[in-house]
Structure formats: structure tokens, C-alpha cells
Design a protein around this ligand. Structure first.
Ligand code: ASP
Length: 456
């Protein structure tokens, strides 16, 4: 059995939805269909999820919601009309949204996040119902499955929920035996107290991966709008034409860490744990085989699979003479971070220095000030320098293991481009190395590394 997930661009309008129906109907193995909310129809368009966020904000601020509500309903109405799915469907979508809006908390506060999740989830939930009717209209036995009835229990903060692992058993039971196609809304589940909770943005990928793991699918097909995963961001290197045919989970994990947007890094996890192959495919070119992401693959020694780069890191560089002889220095530093609730990414160190690299969005100016002043006061370092505008480059490939000279090639290419390196980090697995540079050098660095490892 195959679990297929279709993203927002694959369901943006009736033309796209027709492609989705054709893809699913062309293969009887495609039994569980996870859907996003309708996405952008063109670059200037707004995703239904963003329209719902605007609607929720209007309700929370006590403004008139009529036009924001219409903006959402019209997206479904257009699709329903083009595919002749009937007025009742559109009416019930509108009623569903009104019922959600009626639950707006009377005063701002703790419930606002839960209310926001309730509205955001409406995008996927109503789309799953619409897609079910579209399958039925094509004569296919299809039913909508609700995350509540199937036991998709989540926990954690609104907009950032995670799965309660007990859900796997419930989901496996819910899908033990069924006929036809099941359409399942992505992106949300329910807390134990019955309230709706959503995964982070892009979270329908996570739902698909969880279901694929729960039912032990043969493959998890993730349909999007690119033919495959490319070895480098095509927006930076437009001439990259050849995609990656097969890559390992850990290669994907390393690349998505540094911004490979094709596949949400959190979404890989359930499929990895259950060893379900992931196939990234294009709804617009269904005959393309896409990229397979698997546990192991044959590798060519000395080759790189992909290059990724991400801006948005802060580096706190702490210097103290004879740091290497100070027992407990790093522990104390990490305790400060822990007590301040700051999660860090890397801590490259020298004899007398240690850097803490943190994602900027995890460290607002007030928290940064407090953390740095504690470091100064409690660790008495010789200096503390905070550098923003820090970028991380990742060079990734199973083929790099045990191959001499890979890092030398990368650093020489960067040197030839006049790019200064502020940090180098390679894990023992040798599947990747990471290079810290200034954000201003981000694009040129990617170009230099691409030319070195993939150029003519
Ligand atoms: N619709 C949600 C979003 O725009 C979730 C998803 O598409 O995966 O983030």
C-alpha cells in the first residue's frame, strides 16, 4: 500500500485537483491520500492557511469577519463549481467555518493559540472533505477520515504540536481494514482534552509520514511541484537540471537542516523510524520517478550528494585563557543556556575558546542580552563576542565517508572565491561537514562549492 501526500500547490485549483485524482486513480496501491489546504495558484496568490490566519486574527481582534470568511469560502466554491461537486458541499464548508468562528475566546489570552489552531486546521479538514466528494464524483469508493476518530493525538504548544507516540497503535487499528481510498486531512490532530492542535507550518508532510509509518506502507509518496530533490537550491544555481535519484535519510536530514525546503526535516522522522522509503514526486509531471529517500544506497566514493546553506544564525564566541584546564566550564555554559530556555545548534571549540551557534529565531534581543550578561558574570571570560548575520554551509554525501581531500576541496574553492571561513565542523559519521561563513557570502559560497563538486 502507498500513502500519498499532496501539498497545497497540488490542490490549489480544480485543474490541479484533477491531476491529483488522475494520479491516485492510476495506481490501485494508492489507498491513503493526505491533503494540504489549497495553496497558491500563482506566485502572488495567498494560501488558504494564510487566509484562515487572517480570519482568526480578525475574529480575535473583534473586527468584522465577513470579507475574510468569504475569501476562504470562495477558494473552495471555485473548485467545487468547476468540478460540479454541488452547492451543499460549499454550504457545509461555510457552516463549518462559522461554527469554528463562534468559538472565539471572549477575551484575549491563553485560548487565542488554541483558537488559531482550530481555524488553521479548517483548511486541510474541509479540503479533505471536498477531495473525498471529488473522488466519489469520479466513481471511486472514497471516504474522509477524521484525525479525531482515527486517534491522531498531539501534544505541545499551539502551532508547534508533536505526536503522542501512542497514536501509532490507534492509527494502525483505524486503518487495519478498509475499502477504496481514504482521504485524510494533514497538518493537525487533537489534544487529549479534545482541542485541535496543529503541527508547524508545512506539517501535512508530517501527517503523511506518521500515517505511512503507522500502516507500514510500502512507500510514502510526497507529491509536490518539483521533479525531484536537487543537489543545490535551483533558485541560486539555475543551471542545475539533474535531480538526485536516490539519497539516504541521513543525507536528506542533513540537507533539510540547512534549508532544503522540499521536505520538512521533522517529517522525515516517523518514516525513518519505520524504515518506510519516501518518494518525492511532481504532481505536474507524474511520469517522472522523482527522488527516493531510503535507509542505504550504493555510493561512489569521493562524491557529494548535495550542498545546502542557511542564513539566520547567531554565534556567541567566548574566550578564556586556559579554558581547557577549567573543570566544568562547558557544563556551566550549557546550564546557563538550559536555564534560559535557549536551544543551541553547535558548540565548536578551541583550546581557549568555545562558540555557541544558535538560530536567531530562538534568541530575541532581550533573551540574548540576559544570556550574554549571565555568561559574563558567571564564567568571567576574557571576552564574549556576539556575531549575528552568520550562515552555515552544509556539504553532504554518503560518498564522502573515508574519502580523503573532500574538505580541502571545499575550503580551497571558498578561498579562491575570497570567502573567509569562521568555523568548520565535521561529525564522526563523515557524511557531512559544516562551514560557518558571513551571511553576506552565502550566495557566492554556494556557487563556489557547486562549481567545485558539480561543475564541468
Ligand atoms: N497548509 C499548511 C501550511 O500552509 C500545512 C501544509 O500545507 O502542509 O503550512
Amino acid at each position: 500500500m502507498k500513502v500519498c501526500k499532496f501539498g497545497g500547490s497540488s490542490l490549489a485549483d480544480a485543474g490541479q485537483l484533477t491531476k491529483v485524482l488522475d494520479i491516485v486513480l492510476s495506481d490501485p496501491q494508492r489507498r491513503i491520500v493526505v491533503v494540504s489546504a489549497p495553496g497558491k495558484r500563482n506566485p502572488g496568490d495567498t494560501k488558504v492557511t494564510d487566509l484562515l490566519i487572517a480570519l482568526a486574527k480578525a475574529a480575535l481582534e473583534g473586527r468584522n469577519t465577513a470579507s475574510a470568511l468569504d475569501a476562504v469560502v470562495v477558494r473552495y466554491a471555485e473548485i467545487a463549481k468547476a468540478l460540479d461537486l454541488g452547492d451543499d458541499l460549499v454550504r457545509s464548508i461555510k457552516e463549518d467555518l462559522q461554527m469554528r468562528l463562534a468559538q472565539v475566546p471572549s477575551s484575549a489570552g491563553g485560548d487565542a493559540g488554541v483558537f488559531m489552531d482550530l481555524l488553521k486546521a479548517a483548511g486541510e479538514d474541509n479540503n479533505a472533505k471536498l477531495v473525498t466528494v471529488a473522488f466519489q464524483k469520479r466513481g471511486k469508493k472514497a471516504r474522509y477520515a477524521s484525525p479525531k476518530d482515527t486517534g491522531m493525538v498531539l501534544q505541545g504548544a499551539p502551532g508547534n504540536a508533536t505526536l503522542d507516540p501512542e497514536s501509532y497503535k490507534r492509527l494502525a487499528r483505524a486503518f487495519a481494514d478498509f475499502e477504496g481510498v481514504v482521504v485524510y486531512p494533514g497538518f493537525f490532530g487533537y489534544r487529549a482534552d479534545g482541542t485541535v492542535a496543529t503541527f508547524p507550518r508545512g506539517g501535512s508532510d508530517i501527517t503523511g509520514s506518521i500515517l505511512a509509518a503507522a500502516v507500514r506502507a510500502d512507500v510514502y509518496e510526497n507529491f509536490t511541484d518539483v521533479d525531484s530533490v536537487y543537489p543545490v537550491d535551483p533558485r541560486l544555481i539555475p543551471e542545475v537540471k539533474t535531480g538526485i535519484d536516490t539519497m539516504t535519510y541521513r543525507e536528506m536530514r542533513e540537507l533539510s537542516y540547512a534549508g532544503f525546503g522540499v521536505f520538512n526535516d521533522e517529517a522525515i522522522f516517523p518514516a525513518v523510524q519505520a524504515r518506510i522509503p519516501i518518494n518525492v514526486r511532481n504532481t505536474n509531471h507524474p511520469s517522472e520517478p522523482g527522488t527516493m529517500i531510503v535507509q542505504t544506497r550504493r555510493v561512489m566514493p569521493g562524491t557529494v550528494t548535495g550542498i545546502a546553506a542557511a542564513n539566520g544564525f547567531t554565534n556567541i564566541i567566548i574566550d578564556k585563557y586556559l579554558m581547557n584546564r577549567k573543570v566544568g566550564f562547558t557544563r556551566h555554559l550549557l546550564t546557563i543556556l538550559e536555564e534560559e530556555g535557549v536551544s543551541y545548534e553547535h558548540t565548536p571549540s578551541g583550546i581557549d575558546s568555545i562558540s555557541v551557534i544558535i538560530r536567531c529565531d530562538k534568541l530575541d534581543p532581550a533573551l540574548e542580552k540576559k544570556t550574554v550578561s549571565r555568561i559574563k558574570r558567571e564564567l568571567c571570560p576574557d571576552s564574549v563576542i556576539v556575531s549575528h548575520d552568520y550562515a552555515i554551509l552544509m556539504v553532504v554525501g554518503e560518498g564522502m565517508c573515508y574519502s580523503a581531500g573532500m574538505l580541502a576541496r571545499a575550503t580551497s574553492a571558498l578561498a579562491a572565491a575570497g570567502i573567509n571561513i569562521s568555523m568548520v565542523n565535521q561529525g564522526a559519521s563523515e557524511v557531512s561537514f559544516m562551514i560557518g561563513i558571513r551571511s553576506a557570502d552565502h550566495d557566492r559560497a554556494v556557487r563556489a562549492l557547486y562549481n567545485e563538486f558539480f561543475g564541468e
